[in-house]
Design a protein around this ligand. Structure first.
Ligand code: 3PG
Length: 305
């Protein structure tokens, strides 16, 4: 049995070592493809593997087509918009994610980027504090919950809206539930996005909704670039010179956003989950899920049901 780690953005070495230990203990062979730059390298690497672990790597129908022995693919992380689920299902491949395993890393980055943002990107000029500010979480999943936990330590007033999480569950976590997405943007000084990229959410963060933010509002995106209507946000930021946009995902229109110097920041590479701890948590969970699938038929984290 062959298990491939295919990561354009590699795991920390300690995570690869941990995955290797689990895979080899189960009697399987580990193959490694890191930092590939050409999809043909991926096509060649998947040719004879039974299982594969990826990060944001795109597992397209073409990749699946080259993976004749593949039975399971695990996205070591939360969002699985990079997997072609239909192609997996059509080829009897189980697709899984590892929910929650990297969420603290993303949440810590949110807070770090927020301090950076309210302190004017450390330009030396007087900024503001997070204490007492209203923070809105758009979606209250694993990342949103972790952001809430840390933000409360900063003395922030935390609000959330989640179309799939009942208000009483949000309130039970000590967070104010608001009854619509618009209300979240209207109420909060800062809105942090934690929605997945789906057909419904793509381009959904647009001119109208962000335009509801109070004066001096900050939009922070550690979710996916696809959820932003970039043209709409650029138009809004040109009109509303008080707004800031901070992200750990470079927008397609990065060059246009750069006109908003001092109000726009994006990390060069998506780095919310780029910690040793998150790599270990998600990578080892992925390896264990693969072994459990082959040994016990366990499909607990299957996403293409
Ligand atoms: C996720 O969906 O888990 C995060 O966006 C992390 O993505 P990454 O593994 O590419 O860093």
């Amino acid at each position: 049995m062959k298990v491939l780690i295919a990561t354009e953005k590699p795991f920390a070495k300690v995570a690869v070592d941990g995955i290797r230990e689990i895979v080899e203990k189960a009697g399987y062979e580990l193959c490694l493809l890191e930092k590939y730059t050409d999809v043909n390298e991926l096509y060649a690497a998947v040719a004879d593997v039974d299982a594969m672990i990826v990060r944001s790597d795109k597992v397209t129908a073409q990749v699946i087509d080259h993976a004749k022995n593949l039975k399971i693919v695990v996205r070591a992380g939360a969002g699985f918009d990079n997997l072609d689920l239909e192609a997996c299902t059509a080829n009897n491949i189980v697709a899984m994610n590892t929910p929650g395993q990297n969420s603290n890393a993303v949440a810590e980055l949110v807070m770090g980027m927020l301090v950076y943002g309210v302190r004017n990107f450390y330009n030396g000029k007087s900024g503001s504090e997070l204490m007492g500010k209203k923070l809105g979480l758009l979606a209250f999943g694993n990342v949103g919950r972790n952001v809430a936990r840390i933000a409360k330590g900063f003395g922030m007033d935390v609000y959330a809206y989640d179309a799939f999480c009942p208000a009483d569950a949000i309130e039970a976590a000590g967070v104010h539930a608001v009854d619509s997405r618009d209300a979240l943007f209207e109420t909060c000084d800062i809105v942090s996005l934690h929605i997945p990229a789906t057909a419904e959410t793509k381009q959904s963060i647009n001119y109208d909704v962000v335009g509801k933010m109070r004066k001096g509002g900050i939009l922070i995106n550690t979710a996916r670039k696809e959820v932003i209507d970039e043209a709409g946000l650029i138009k809004l930021m040109a009109e509303r010179t008080d707004l800031k946009y901070i992200s750990d995902i470079v927008p397609d229109a990065d060059a246009d956003f750069k006109q908003f110097e001092g109000r726009y920041f994006a990390t060069p590479k998506k780095m919310g989950a780029q910690t040793e701890e998150a790599n270990v948590n998600a990578g080892l969970a992925a390896a264990n899920q693969i072994v459990n699938f082959f040994v016990n038929g366990d499909k607990k984290f299957q996403v293409n049901k």
